[in-house]
Every structure is written in C-alpha cells, then in structure tokens.
Unconditional design. Structure first.
Ligand code: ATP
Ligand code: MG
Length: 301
C-alpha cells in the first residue's frame, strides 16, 4: 500500500529545541505503525545519531562511505540509499553516520551554489565554492535550492513503504529543512514547559520561510506534549498547546521510565512492554495517522 501520489506517507518529527522527545516519539510512532501492520522506513537525519544508537545500530553509525551524507550531498550517490538501509525487527532504518556532522556545512554551501547559479543578480561564481565542499559542486546542484536531497533520494527507493518517519536534528538549518521538505508533514513533540512557546513560534517561522522559499505546502499533523507531569505548569502548558493547535490533535505522553528503558533496549514500547500505559497514546497517534493517510484497515504485524 502506498500513500498519496504513490509515495509513502512521510512524517518529520521536529522541534529545534533539544531534548523535547523527537527521537523517542519518532521511534514509538514507528513502532505503533508497525504494530498496526504498516511497513515503516525510519530515517535518522540527526548527526548525533541518537536514534541509530537507540535502535542498536552503532556499527552503521561508524560505517565507511557511502553513507547518508553522500546520499544527501552527491546526486550521483543518491541511489546508494537502498544499500545503507538496515533492518530492525520493527522497521527498516536509514542510519545516521558520523559523516553527517559535515552535512549541515555541505548543504549550506550547496544551497548557496544553487542560489548563485539561479539568480543572475547575485555576483559570485558557484564554482568558486567547490574547493570548500566534499561532494557538492556547481554541476551537482539542480534548481535554486538543494533542500530536495532527501525527497529525491526517497523517490528512488524500490521498496514500497507505507510510511517514512524522519527524526530531525535539534537545530534550525539545512538538514531540518531537508527533512521537512521531504516529509511535507510535521509531528511536533513539545515539553510542557514555558520554553516551548518560543520553540513553537520559531518552528512556525521556519515552516513559513521554507514554504516561501520552495513553494511547497507543509501540514502540521499534531503535537505530542511530552514528559508531562501532574503539575499546574504542565497543565497550563497543555492548555496553551491545545489553544495554539486548536485544529489538530494534541496528544499527552506522560513521563515514564519505560520510555527510557525501551530506548536503551533498542526498541519501541511495543516490543519492550506493550502494557505500559503510554503505548496507548502512540497507538492513538498511529491510528490517527492511518486515518489521515487513508490506511484504513488494521493489519496485525
Ligand atoms: N515521556 C518520557 N518519559 C521519560 N523520559 C523521556 C520521555 N520522553 C523522552 N524521554 C527521555 O528524555 C531524553 C530526551 O529525549 P529524546 O532523545 O527523545 O529527545 P530529542 O528531542 O530527540 O533530543 P535531541 O534534541 O537531542 O535530539 C531521553 O533520555 C529520553 O529517554
Ligand atoms: Mg533526538
């Protein structure tokens, strides 16, 4: 089964604020979708490689090229994506890699090259930047931006996945834009604390800027209020999130040590211990996504 336009439904789990639960939410949403019988490709776009490590794929993080870095920065190596996919009992995984630490820099220069080549009013030779990059060069950058790198690489995959779930890094920049551009749909984990207000405002700004720059339209699928505790501040922030996101679901994931333990075991709650109460929240998210993307019948994994 495939989503709209014959492509998998793709979701970027994002919030540039660190430690909000992006990786935890991404792994558990992927686990919940798998539990419903969906085929999931998980993409770890964070150079920290937390999800890669969390899913027990440390060797892939240290693997020699070609890696996700090459797939994103060199169109001639884009089709290497299928070679770097690793199997996990619950999902297929595109692991991050230590080389991804260079990706933000490379994509920044690739985007500058693309802009210089596309806009004759700008004074500068894209070729002059080539010595500063490892892979990207004027001949490898098409169009007026390089943010479609993951989108194009995913289009070349031959396996039919129902979903692609992308875990994004904790900073605003080209990598996160590349993840959002590929997915077109965002799921936003947010802590129920005051700092989330600014983080959400910045995310809205980033999404608007990306839409302006590339002409795509991005959908907010919902918010996952994470590590919620029973304090007044948490309750007030939950209400604030529900007001700001009045058109989409706001799920509440409570603070549970089982989420940390399942992560350390390299699996989602659904393999670690599906009886943990928060598994129901992730099942609810997966069910809502299935409804949203037209995957109606439940298939037992
Ligand atoms: N609901 C929860 N209950 C308890 N611990 C949690 C919960 N959600 C996340 N954690 C823990 O909080 C820490 C941060 O979570 P996580 O790594 O998922 O956040 P992140 O947004 O991906 O971080 P980064 O910004 O570094 O990528 C981890 O140790 C994780 O196990
Ligand atoms: Mg993370």
């Amino acid at each position: 089964m495939t989503g709209a336009e014959g492509r998998p439904a793709a979701i970027c789990v994002t919030n540039a604020k660190g430690g909000t639960g992006k990786t935890t939410v991404a792994i558990n949403v992927a686990g919940a979708l798998n539990e419903r019988g969906r085929d999931v490709l998980f993409v770890d776009l964070d150079p920290q490689g937390n999800a890669t490590e969390g899913l027990g794929l440390v060797e892939a993080y240290d693997a020699a090229p070609p890696t996700l870095f090459d797939v994103l920065t060199d169109p001639e190596q884009r089709d290497a994506l299928s070679d770097i996919v690793v199997s996990h009992p619950e999902m297929d995984v595109v692991p991050s890699n230590i080389d991804m630490l260079q990706a933000e820099h490379e994509l920044t220069l690739a985007n500058v090259m693309a802009k210089l080549a596309a806009d004759p009013t700008l004074d500068g030779d894209p070729a002059g930047l080539a010595p500063l990059t490892i892979n990207a060069g004027p001949s490898t950058v098409e169009g007026d931006h390089a943010l479609d790198a993951l989108h194009l690489a995913l289009a070349e995959l031959e396996t039919d996945y129902d979903y692609v779930v992308v875990d994004s890094p904790p900073f605003y920049g080209q990598l996160t834009d590349t993840a959002i551009y590929a997915a077109r749909n965002v799921l936003i984990p947010a802590l129920t604390e005051a700092t989330s207000e600014r983080a959400i405002e910045l995310l809205f700004d980033q999404i608007a800027a990306l839409e302006d720059r590339t002409g795509i339209s991005i959908t907010e699928l919902g918010v996952v209020a994470n590590r919620v505790e029973s304090t007044n501040e948490d309750e007030e922030m939950l209400q604030w999130l529900e007001t700001v996101f009045s058109d989409v679901p706001v799920w509440a994931v409570r603070k549970r040590v089982a989420l940390q333990r399942s992560f350390s075991q390299g699996e989602s709650l659904f393999r670690y211990d599906p009886t943990v109460d928060m598994a129901d929240v992730f099942t609810d998210i997966a069910t809502t996504l299935d409804e949203r993307f037209g995957y109606v019948e439940e298939v037992t994994a």
